[in-house]
Design a protein around this ligand. Structure first.
Ligand code: HEM
Length: 403
């Protein structure tokens, strides 16, 4: 089961000083052991109560928008949505009240922005592959500073929980008070020898989930809302569907998630055109031969462009056209299972994909229920592939409050 191609140490190694050797980076038996240990953290019973939490986090974001409407003409989505997804991953996975949506300038999200920019810069700038050269450079200095901010943030979350667990001391008491969250699962996890996670492993997992759990979904939601702004006819259809199930309600419930098929198709088409994780890399364990006879030897570093796969004109007719009906059951039936890969595939696929889809559905539905979105034609986004897909000039739209 754990005989999968390892992550390329060149591309992922630059992330280690930041997110440590957590699930995203690990390979071999240790990855397998962690994956098995963490999978229960994404069980349906665990995810169910998160829908209300995410609804509340989205509502807090939308309330802020409503207040800002008169002050500013355009809204840069990514910064608002990042704070919302950070708020919700902290509340859901770590039961941590950060109030991060209250400050417009959050040290952790700013640090994540810097870290993903700098890790990507390092990968593309050959002299920076050398540790010493990188660390003595101004970029290396900024990277270390941002790492410290990020680690301080995660340490605070871990320490607070360890303290409260000591006080409560009994699992049953915790269970009665609230759902077992991801951090409980990490702290209570034991291997076959009864051994828990070391402090280093624990922090790596918290850092990994804190980052993976908010930056990716922020990218997904921002680009999907941008598509909604750009294609008003689809926006309107989604709104109609959403209002039919919500009625007078302002929050989404678990049962609603499966009742918005058109919106779900629009979400998928948004992720096809703007894949939040634009590519992955592997080091080949064994040689592969392609259908045309060409082959690549073992040990080769492979970069796989999810962005490119989603634009493959042999699979997607007119790939630059936004057409949610590509994802109707009829149109999807005969498509290759690996033609659409926002969450990758196989044993190293995204462990958080159900969490992510729920969060995207809730936030898109509640946003469209309350606001009319239109594009800022003077300032269209300029895509930049970092660890997640971002825009050089932000993702700007106009919003208007609906009755
Ligand atoms: C729209 C949102 C998301 C997208 C598009 C996405 C995409 C991906 C992709 C493409 C991978 C494979 C990476 C690789 O092979 O290098 C991955 C892995 C991973 N994702 Fe996500 N992800 C999302 C949300 C999340 C969330 C919400 C979490 C956690 C709560 C999460 C946690 C992880 C972890 C831990 C891995 C590594 C899994 C392993 O290797 O066993 N992701 N994700």
């Amino acid at each position: 089961m754990h005989c999968v191609d390892p992550k390329s140490s060149l591309s992922y190694g630059f992330l280690v000083p930041w997110i440590g050797k957590g699930l995203l980076i690990l390979s071999g038996p240790k990855w397998f052991q962690h994956r098995r240990m963490l999978t229960p953290g994404f069980h349906y019973d665990v995810l169910k109560p998160y829908v209300k939490i995410i609804s509340k986090c989205t509502t807090d974001m939308l309330d802020k928008w409503e207040k800002n409407i008169t002050k500013q003409k355009t809204l840069e989505l990514f910064q608002h949505v990042s704070l919302m997804t950070l708020d919700s991953i902290m509340k859901c996975a770590f039961s941590f009240e950060s109030n991060c949506q209250k400050d417009s300038d959050n040290a952790y999200t700013n640090a994540v922005f810097d870290l993903s920019y700098l890790a990507n810069l390092r990968l593309r700038h050959f002299p920076y592959h050398n540790d010493t050269l990188f660390y003595i450079s101004p970029h290396g200095y900024r990277f270390r500073k941002a790492c410290r901010i990020s680690h301080d943030h995660t340490d605070k979350v871990i320490q607070q929980r360890k303290k409260s667990m000591k006080q409560e001391n009994e699992l049953e008491k915790i269970k009665q008070k609230r759902h077992l969250d991801f951090l409980d699962i990490l702290l209570l996890a034991r291997d076959e020898n009864g051994q828990g996670l070391s402090d280093e492993d624990l922090r790596a997992e918290v850092d990994t989930f804190m980052f993976e759990g908010h930056d990716t979904t922020a990218s997904a939601i921002s680009w999907i809302l941008y598509c909604m702004a750009k294609y008003p006819e689809h926006q309107q259809k989604c709104r109609k569907e959403i209002r039919e199930i919500l009625g007078d309600r302002q929050i989404m419930e678990w049962e609603d998630l499966s009742k918005i098929p058109y919106t779900t198709m629009c979400i998928k088409e948004g992720m096809r055109m703007y894949p939040p994780v634009p590519g992955v890399a592997r080091s080949l364990r064994s040689p592969i031969t392609f259908f045309d006879g060409r082959s690549v030897p073992a040990g080769t570093l492979i970069g796989l462009s999810i962005f490119g796969i989603h634009k493959n004109a042999n699979v997607w007719e007119n790939p630059e056209v936004y057409d949610p009906l590509r994802f109707s059951p009829e149109n999807s039936a005969n498509r290759h299972s690996h033609a659409f890969l926002p969450f990758a595939a196989g044993p190293r696929n995204c462990i958080g994909q159900n969490f992510a889809m729920n969060e995207i559905k809730v936030s898109v539905a509640l946003t469209l229920n309350r606001f009319q979105l239109s594009p800022d034609l003077a300032n269209p986004p300029k895509k930049i592939p970092q660890l997640v897909l971002k825009s050089l000039n932000g993702i700007n739209i106009h919003i208007a409050k609906l009755k």
